[in-house]
Design a protein around this ligand. Structure first.
Ligand code: SAH
Length: 423
């Protein structure tokens, strides 16, 4: 979501006459887009601001904006005292507010900017936010406090934007939301994510369509069937589970049980052939016992995800989980949290190794987005990273790659042909 916000800002700043500086030291206007999901993300931004402070000593006219989730709707006063070198604080996704602060604009911004600045070479993949904010109240999570209530963008507005982005050369669109599958409940006529996928699927020139991130509570049969029916909608779903123990899920306020989640995974695998499933897990949440953690290990062994984002619990101000830590019997100590994280990573590395090994000898369609260290890099329909060497320029093209090498986090192979671009 932050990448999407930053791309949009970059393009909007271009619209008022700005161009990228060589380095922060040459810039008239510096915007830091911050993340708050874990304390470490905030610490990184504070470090960057401290570096930038030196620039401001040499060039006092340089304007510094702190943007994003660290600011939220009501944190400005806290940060004003702590970060005197910052000139302005702006809430997440409020692109227009940041643009309005840019000193000496050359032009007025007439209409909302596309997320693709002219100085960016035609992008292969573009993120398109479809809903902002989050109405859930997961115990550990600060995002709803920083991004506010859910607001869906109108279906036609998204459709038009996708058309304009694809006309600029983009091949793959990823529809974004904190809870992407709850899209539309606040719009007239209540369109849902399945309706939106159908609405944008036939955009001329669009090769691939994805969406991120889903919540199990909103993953309907209609949505699962729609993904299966739409050929350009990729079989790749990120469905965060967070824990594999019912008592923990209840403490986290996730609203489902392990059995219910498991049935959903089975249903998805039944309806969408060759689907890849990824999930997110938090270890060391307040109240997590060894036994609860062992149940999470058992769930990963049973469900065998393609990829798992594993995070050690990080205390976030204002959340229900942070309040639980006041009880020392509930807090999980640092060493134990790291131990659980590493154990889970090892389990998942083995599962990913085994799953990826089944790709050996298969030919997959790879949409190429980068050339790095002498190799073309792209993604297969399952969103697996694939590398290959070849003399031609493959950027934005779909290579058919026969897999000769498999690793837990990537695949390698040889080009055997080119897939016909979508109509
Ligand atoms: N909306 C998504 C999650 C968005 S945040 C959902 O429904 O789960 C992305 C991931 O960050 C989450 O899935 C979670 O695993 C992790 N995360 C969120 N808050 C966290 C915290 N306080 N400590 C550690 N990880 C956290």
């Amino acid at each position: 979501m932050n990448i999407a916000d930053s791309e949009r800002l970059e393009s909007a700043l271009q619209g008022v006459g700005y161009a990228p500086a060589e380095s922060a030291a040459d810039a008239d206007f510096i915007v830091l887009n911050s993340c708050s999901v874990r304390a470490s993300a905030e610490e990184r931004i504070i470090g960057k601001i401290t570096d930038i402070q030196r620039i401001k000593q040499d060039r006092p006219d340089t304007k510094i904006v702190l943007w994003g989730c660290m600011v939220g709707p009501n944190n400005q006063s806290i940060f004003k005292a702590k970060l005197p070198m910052v000139d302005h604080f702006v809430s997440p996704s409020a692109v227009d507010e940041v643009v309005a602060l840019a000193p000496n604009p050359v032009y007025q911004l007439e209409e909302p900017a596309l997320p693709v600045a002219d100085w960016t070479h035609p992008p292969v993949n573009v993120f398109v936010p479809i809903n902002y904010g989050c109405n859930m109240a997961c115990a550990y999570c600060v995002i709803p406090l920083r991004r506010g209530k859910e607001r869906s963008r109108p279906l036609d507005e998204i459709g038009d934007e996708v058309r304009r982005i694809v006309a600029r050369g983009a091949k793959e669109i990823t529809l974004l939301g904190q809870i992407v599958d709850s899209y539309g409940h606040d719009l007239p006529g209540r369109p849902d994510l399945a309706d939106l996928l159908k609405h944008v699927h036939d955009t001329p020139g669009l090769v691939r369509l994805r969406f991120l991130t889903s919540h199990p509570a909103f993953m309907s049969d209609k949505l699962i069937e729609t993904i299966a029916q739409l050929p350009r909608c990729m079989p790749d779903i990120n469905l965060p589970v967070q824990a594999g123990d019912d008592r923990m899920l209840k403490l986290m306020k996730r609203g489902y049980t392990v059995a219910k989640y498991t049935r959903l995974i089975e249903r998805i695998r039944e309806v969408i052939p060759h689907v890849s499933l990824t999930t997110d897990i938090i270890v060391g949440h307040p109240g997590e016992t060894r036994e609860m953690f062992d149940n999470t290990v058992a769930m990963l062994e049973a469900l065998r995800f393609d990829k798992v984002h594993i995070a050690a619990y990080s205390s976030r101000p204002g959340t229900k989980a942070a309040a639980m830590e006041d009880d020392p019997a509930l807090a999980v100590e640092y060493g134990e949290k790291q131990y659980r994280r590493i154990q889970l990573e090892q389990v998942q590395e083995r599962i990913a190794t085994e799953r990826n090994a089944t790709f050996l000898g298969r030919t997959v369609d790879v949409l190429v987005d980068e050339y790095t260290k002498g190799k073309w890099r792209g993604r297969d329909p399952n969103n697996k990273l694939v590398f290959f060497e070849h003399p031609e320029d493959w950027i934005g093209r779909v290579a058919q790659v026969k897999i000769t090498e498999t690793r837990p986090w990537w695949l390698g192979g040889d080009v055997v042909g080119e897939a016909q671009a979508a109509s």
